[in-house]
Ligand binder design. Structure first.
Ligand code: DGT
Ligand code: CA
Ligand code: CA
Length: 590
């Protein structure tokens, strides 16, 4: 899959063009190509070969030529040419949250700043503050951005960690003699960011049982070597008889992966131990010690007798606890609840009946309503709600009231034709700077489900962004606030929003809050989900899909909600379409 690399090259060209002040139209064309490529589920090479890519609206002849060149030669001349037009370190400046291409252009042209260190200097000496548009507030935001960047280096997104785990797992799976492969650590817990990827492996049999040297018996050392010898390994950090650590190259970034070989008789104990979290393990060990038992990665022991080891569930059972789902293992009260047999029955991916946050090519998505509806049906959904952007999101080609009215009619007609899936009418309406909404109530009243979101002024004061959100919830037609904090993991900090006030007001106004399933967002985050559920506010898990492939992001959102202890009853889109409509109407007048 070269899609993400090609997509990144186009995005980077657009960045450079923006820094150089090139034609806006051309820039947005490149961004669009980047988006289409990264959203394409099939390998670019395949869709290129079938001619399908050339037929995709938004991809012109010259883009096709660039993609073709990359697929054939692994190079893109145009990209290399653009790179020579700026100091390469400028691209580093772009990774600072709060610094867009326009900001980079300004500091580069006016202050000759090309590196993060020089930018820090410019802030300290006050020269940045003298630039138009870079007052104290902006300077402080950039300083925070730099701190954020320095703090977050090294931790990666969940989707990136999953990709690395899949690469390694598939490679190990292809060896003969591998019995089990189990991702562990923060990845298995589905934490929002991942430090390193931990993978446990067990070969067939173990010393003393299988005949050493027989074809189906792999020694730990051989398994580790098979890992560190793999083509994707960039740098070996450590390689021993049972553990290997390496930096591997995924499509987009290098990832640190630890592989541990574990004997079968300890596999459950090792899975428990290496899944963590550390704090959760500490609590289990306390319980073991109180019961005069010993717990470690090899098993649970009474003196020298093993009480549990091969099976993870038995570790919990023998400690007098109900089994605790990895998603809950953060020492946030789960151990106490397991002891009193009162853990929540967690939300499962199969509980989700539909997606309430989906874009089409009417705004910035890349397929039409019936395509995405049919894809939703294939996923097994009963309904999907079309929530394109509203007109002030101009870059996203937001809908005018007229276009939305037309879309509503179109959906009603489609619903008569399509079998087995209901399309709900909706919008992702902008919450404007003055807290009003981008559509009037008369139009919103025509929709089945309305989500509202802030897309501009995210750096505003706590009071400002909180008030905007609360006022939006006061509107009787707003059913859900999408991505309530607006963060982009590793790229943009959350808004300085009073989340407790938002949740309280959601309860008072019968408004749901979204868990955006996109691994860049995961917003609300786990702990916020927990607060929301405790306040008896409904969650909505939406993928924010811009393509049919985007529908596949749902499990990230489900895991995040479950990490916040969500059950099926806490999530609106586990309901039927009819029940959702009734739920939405309860807030409306009359
Ligand atoms: P990460 O990689 O920072 O996202 O977080 P984890 O949770 O994957 O942490 P990692 O990779 O350092 O270790 C994997 C698991 O191994 C961790 O969740 C719990 C277990 N573990 C590691 N070190 C210790 C330790 O010193 N004590 C205990 N009880 N468990 C540990
Ligand atoms: Ca880890
Ligand atoms: Ca690790």
């Amino acid at each position: 899959m070269q899609n993400s690399i090609i997509s990144e090259l186009f995005d980077q060209m657009a960045d450079i063009m923006e820094i150089l002040g090139e034609d806006r139209f051309r820039i947005s064309t490149y961004r669009r190509v980047a988006r289409i490529i990264s959203d394409t589920p099939a390998d670019v090479e395949t869709v290129l070969a079938t001619g399908q890519l050339a037929k995709t609206p938004g991809i012109g002849k010259s883009s096709i030529a660039k993609i073709e060149e990359f697929v054939k030669t692994g190079k893109m001349t145009a990209h290399q040419q653009w790179l020579t037009k700026i100091p390469p370190t400028l691209l580093e400046l772009l990774t600072i949250p709060g610094m867009g291409p326009k900001g980079v252009k300004a500091v580069y042209e006016k202050l000759k700043v090309t590196t993060i260190a020089e930018l820090k200097d410019a802030i300290e000496t006050g020269s940045l503050a003298k630039l138009p548009g870079f007052g104290d507030k902006k300077g402080a935001a950039i300083t925070r951005g730099i701190e954020f960047l320095e703090k977050s280096t090294g931790r990666i997104r969940l989707d990136q960690a999953l990709e690395a785990a899949q690469l390694v797992s598939e490679h190990l799976q292809s060896l003969s003699g591998i019995e089990r492969i189990q991702p562990a650590g923060s990845l298995r817990r589905r934490a929002e960011t991942i430090g390193d990827v931990d993978i446990l492996v067990c070969g067939h049999g173990h010393p003393g049982r299988a005949r050493a040297g027989s074809s189906c018996y792999l020694k730990g050392k051989q398994i580790i070597e098979a890992f560190t010898d793999a083509g994707f390994v960039q740098e070996i950090l450590a390689a021993g008889p049972t553990k290997g650590s390496a930096i591997i190259q995924t499509q987009t970034i290098p990832v640190h992966v630890d592989v541990r070989v574990v004997p079968e008789k300890s596999f459950g104990a090792a899975a428990q131990y290496f899944t963590g979290s550390k704090q959760h393990n500490v609590r289990l060990r306390e319980i073991a010690v109180k019961a005069k038992l010993k717990l470690n990665e090899y098993g649970l022991f009474k003196a020298d007798r093993m009480l549990a080891g091969p099976i993870e569930e038995e570790i919990y059972q023998k400690l007098g606890l109900d089994y605790i789902d990895p998603l809950l293992r953060e020492d946030r009260g789960e151990v106490e609840r397991a002891a009193t047999h009162s853990l929540p029955e967690l939300l499962q991916p199969g509980d989700i009946k539909g997606d309430l946050h989906v874009h089409t090519n009417a705004s910035d998505g890349n397929c039409d309503i019936s395509e995405i509806a049919r894809a939703a049906k294939r996923v097994g959904y009963k309904y999907i709600c079309i929530t394109d952007h509203s007109r002030s999101s101009a870059i996203a080609n937001g809908l005018s009231p007229k276009r939305l009215a037309r879309q509503i009619k179109q959906i009603r007609k489609l619903n008569e034709q399509l079998k087995g899936i209901t399309i709900l009418t909706g919008t992702e309406v902008d919450i404007l700077a003055d807290s009003s909404l981008d559509f009037d109530n008369k139009l919103l009243a025509d929709l089945d489900f309305v989500i509202a979101a802030i897309h501009s002024g995210l750096a505003g004061s706590r009071e400002k962004v909180t008030t905007r959100t609360l006022k939006a919830m006061d509107n009787p037609y707003v059913n859900c606030i999408a991505h309530p904090t607006g963060r982009l993991i590793g790229q943009r900090e959350p808004m300085d929003i009073d989340i407790a006030a938002v949740i309280k007001h959601a309860a008072q106004t019968h408004t749901a809050l979204e868990v955006n399933a996109n691994p860049w967002r995961l917003d609300l985050k786990d702990t916020h989900c927990r607060m929301t559920i405790e306040a008896q506010v409904m969650l909505v898990i939406g993928t924010d899909a811009h393509s049919t492939a985007g529908l596949g992001l749902m499990p990230f959102g489900v895991a995040t909600a479950a990490r916040g202890w969500a059950t099926k009853a806490d999530v609106l889109n586990t309901f039927s379409a009819a029940k959702i409509k009734t739920w939405a109407k309860r807030k409306r007048p009359g």
